[in-house]
Ligand binder design. Structure first.
Ligand SMILES: [Zn+2]
Length: 172
């Protein structure tokens, strides 16, 4: 259970039980009955991320680029990345900030997209996954800890060969 490694053994045991009984997928479906969200293009993602940023992290510098990345999950074993590249431009130091979100987040309910976006935005200010980082995430999404756990449960479900169950927009 690589996605749940940071959680207590009792929780992992509970999840193993649910999976053995083939009930993990059903539990998540029940918790998120809504279909996938509308944020389906890089542009729509850029708009969505900047809305959240404007609401909670106005002081952080502007984002140069926001995009979905289909290789992210597979290659880097990361669900999202945030990078800042500093370049000297015309004698001034300019920071280029970029957020990438794994494409699998196109096919989830909005709450789970919000979770990864909040996570990457929080990294603009807090580098490590420490207390201050999670406090910032929870400030932007009060139910952040539950959303992150649910996302990890979904990944665990997919990893065990479970089907994707939030239909892509436009299909059902
Ligand atoms: Zn992180």
């Amino acid at each position: 259970m690589k996605y749940l490694a940071g959680y207590p053994a009792s929780l992992q045991a509970q999840v193993a039980e649910l999976m053995a009984a083939d009930k993990l997928g059903a539990l998540l479906c029940q918790r998120y009955p809504q279909p996938s969200h509308d944020v389906q293009t890089d542009h729509a993602l850029y708009v969505y991320v900047n809305e959240l940023k404007g609401e909670y992290m106005r002081k952080a510098g502007p984002l140069s680029k926001v995009m979905f990345d289909s290789k992210l999950h597979v290659i880097r074993n990361a669900l999202g990345t945030h990078t800042t590249v500093s370049r000297v431009q015309g004698g001034k130091l300019k920071a280029k900030r970029e957020i990438r979100v794994a494409s699998l987040f196109k096919e989830v309910p909005l709450d789970l997209l919000r979770m990864i976006v909040v996570h990457e935005l929080a990294h603009m200010k807090e580098r490590d996954h420490d207390k201050a980082f999670y406090a910032l995430c929870t400030y932007m999404a009060p139910d952040y800890p539950r959303l992150e756990l649910d996302l990890r449960l979904y990944l665990t479900h997919l990893d065990s060969g479970g089907a994707r169950f939030w239909a892509p927009k436009g299909r059902s």
